[in-house]
Design a protein around this ligand. Structure first.
Ligand code: FES
Length: 154
C-alpha cells in the first residue's frame, strides 16, 4: 500500500517525490514522517529530487558482476563524464540475469548478453559498433562506440 502510494506520487511528479507530498502521505496514513521517509529511502527506485534527463543504472549483483558489469559500469561512467544531464549508478538485480549484464536507461531495462566481445568493447579494443548475435537487438551501440546516440535517444 505505502509502496504503491509512493510510486503514484513519484509518477505524478515526473520521477521524484517532493517533500510536501511525503509529509501529506504520512498524515493521510497516520504514520510518522520518519517512517514514511524510512521506507521510501530504503528503495533505490524512489527519488527526492528531480531526475536527470538520462539515468543509467547498471546491475552489479553477482550474475551481472561475473559477466563484466563492473567494467561496463566504469566504461559508462567514463562516457558520461562532463554530462550534467546523465547520471550513472550501480543497482541491485533487475530481473534480467539471463542476459547479464543488465542495465536500465531511464525506465527501460536492457540486457547486454555478456561476452568477451562486450568486455573488449569496454576496454576499447574491439572498435565501435554492436556486438553480434542476440546482443544486436540491444539499442545502445554508442555505449561501446563512444558516440552520443544513447544519451540523445533516451
Ligand atoms: S543479477 Fe543482474 S539482472 Fe539479475
Amino acid at each position: 500500500m505505502l509502496i504503491q502510494e509512493l510510486r503514484e506520487i513519484q509518477r505524478k511528479h515526473n520521477g521524484h517525490i517532493p517533500e510536501d507530498e511525503l509529509h501529506a502521505l504520512a498524515n493521510r496514513l497516520g504514520k510518522s514522517k520518519a517512517d514514511v521517509y524510512g521506507v521510501a529511502s530504503f528503495y533505490p527506485e524512489f527519488r527526492f529530487e528531480a531526475p536527470p534527463k538520462v539515468e543509467i543504472q547498471i546491475c552489479t549483483a553477482l550474475p551481472c558482476y561475473m559477466k563484466g558489469a563492473e567494467q561496463l559500469y566504469r566504461a559508462v561512467v567514463k562516457l558520461a563524464e562532463n554530462r550534467e544531464d546523465v547520471e550513472v549508478h550501480r543497482c541491485p538485480c533487475l530481473g534480467r540475469c539471463d542476459g547479464a549484464p543488465a542495465l536500465t536507461i531511464n525506465e527501460n531495462v536492457h540486457a547486454i548478453y555478456g561476452s568477451r566481445e562486450m568486455y573488449d568493447r569496454c576496454q576499447g579494443s574491439a572498435g565501435p559498433g554492436f556486438p553480434r548475435g542476440r546482443a544486436a537487438a540491444v539499442p545502445h551501440r554508442s555505449l561501446w562506440g563512444g558516440g552520443g546516440e544513447v544519451w540523445d535517444a533516451a
